[in-house]
Design a protein. Structure first.
Length: 237
């Protein structure tokens, strides 16, 4: 589904952020991308979305990430921002969900029908006509996921989906993520959430892949995690 081949990126030549990353992700996999601040997680996501110019090669469902393919590739990828305020910019939830659909040429009535189906699937139909500025952090995160799912992406990219959430909303996000069939790449410092959602973990440090394997195997490895400025998930402490 997604393939990175010898991916490298640097903001300047003296400070490489990613170095020779090679990684394959199969359709339907849920991958946890972990690492300390500055490890290169967000940069990897931005390269996948075609937001940065990089060395090497990335393909999504056989399409190479390059200027002429960006429109097709971005239709396959749904990115949920860490800060929902950067994603929710219309007055109400329903307007945000239908905005992208209408811009893709879908009639407003059909867009609203699609929005209703997504809201029902996520069990947040009561939020349909609510104003975004009155939503809690967890509600905004769910609404942001709804706006992305309405576009029917094949791959979901979730950047720190549980950050700043209370325990109830954190569990709601985890259950929602687990219910979705898409291929998913999740970046997070919440390693317990990664354990609850991901079957595979990729550990980045210093712009390189340090470990890639079963989530439980990597996240139980105290020596490995501490060597790269992370701590064991709470359940293993």
């Amino acid at each position: 589904m997604i393939k990175f081949e010898n991916l490298s990126f640097a903001y300047d030549k003296t400070f490489p952020v990613l170095e020779n990353i090679s990684l394959s992700i199969e359709k339907g996999e849920t991958i946890g991308l972990i690492g300390a601040n500055g490890a290169g997680k967000s940069t990897l996501m931005k390269c996948l979305l075609g937001l940065l110019s990089f060395e090497g090669k990335i393909t999504v469902d056989g399409l190479e990430v390059c200027e002429q393919n960006l429109k097709s590739i971005r239709q396959k990828l749904g990115f949920v921002f860490q800060n929902s305020d950067n994603q929710m910019f219309m007055p109400t939830v329903i307007e945000d969900i239908t905005f992208g659909l209408v811009n893709y040429g879908i009639h407003k009535h059909e867009a609203e029908e699609k929005a209703d189906l997504i809201l029902e699937k996520l069990n947040i139909k009561d939020m349909k006509n609510r104003h975004n500025h009155k939503l809690s952090g967890g509600e905004k995160r769910m609404a942001a996921i709804a706006t992305v799912l309405a576009m029917e992406p094949e791959v979901l990219l979730l950047d720190e989906p549980t950050s700043t959430l209370d325990p109830y909303n954190r569990r709601l996000i985890i259950n929602t993520v687990n219910s979705l069939p898409q291929t998913k790449i999740i970046t997070s410092h919440d390693l317990d959430m990664i354990l609850d959602t991901c079957s595979r973990v990729v550990l980045l440090s210093g712009g390189r892949i340090i470990a890639d394997g079963p989530a439980e195997e990597i996240l139980k490895n105290k020596e490995l995690l501490e060597a790269h400025k992370m701590e064991l998930p709470f359940r293993y402490q």
